[in-house]
Write a protein that binds this ligand. Sequence first.
Ligand code: COA
Length: 190
Amino acid sequence: MTPLPPTPTLETRRLILRPLEPGDTPAIQRIFPQWEVVRWLHASVPWPYPPDGAETHVTQCLEARARGEKFHWAITLKGSDELRGRIDLWRFDGRNRDMRGFWLDPELHGQGLMTEAAEAVTGYAFEVLEWPWLYLTNAVDNRASARVKEKQGAVEVARERHAYVSGEIDRQVWLLTREAWLARRAGRPA
Ligand SMILES: CC(C)(COP(=O)(O)OP(=O)(O)OC[C@H]1O[C@@H](n2cnc3c(N)ncnc32)[C@H](O)[C@@H]1OP(=O)(O)O)[C@@H](O)C(=O)NCCC(=O)NCCS
């Protein structure tokens, strides 16, 4: 498969999404290991989170980045370069219907910030990369994550068992098409 291009910097009204870098390790180690952040993430996240968890994670991301496999963004608030969350995007591998992941510092939840970040990343996928659709997922109990998808115009297409940090539970699989997303943005019916 052709390697993906370098991760671009994206700007929204309140955020700068910039490529993840090694200097983000301390912020991740400080913010990420909280139950409300990790409980509905994939079971491959080590829990309890080890002291070198962020370092291992950033190294793995940068290796995947060097192979052109994924985009990894640090979410920062305008006016500060400090990482406050993460959002990633990757191609469909033909098997796992999941192409985006995100988490945000709990201090910033409920302000519409992840919707803003997700819209920027989705715009990049549909308008620049011209991908036809995105498969998105979340644990069924993760209402905040599901709401981000609903607000973007995604449609639930399946439920399946999935291994999360908090155990094996159902996950929702969503499909967001380029056509539906562009129509919503333009104020047209999909
Ligand atoms: C999921 C997450 C990124 C959302 O970030 P956020 O910036 O708070 O999201 P937004 O504010 O853009 O949107 C959240 C929406 O969910 C709603 N919401 C939040 N908690 C909710 C709940 N318990 N029940 C119903 N709706 C809820 C909010 O009201 C908002 O919807 P609205 O705009 O219609 O009011 C954040 O909760 C998080 O980091 N969670 C931990 C990591 C995680 O679960 N990642 C996703 C894995 S799939």
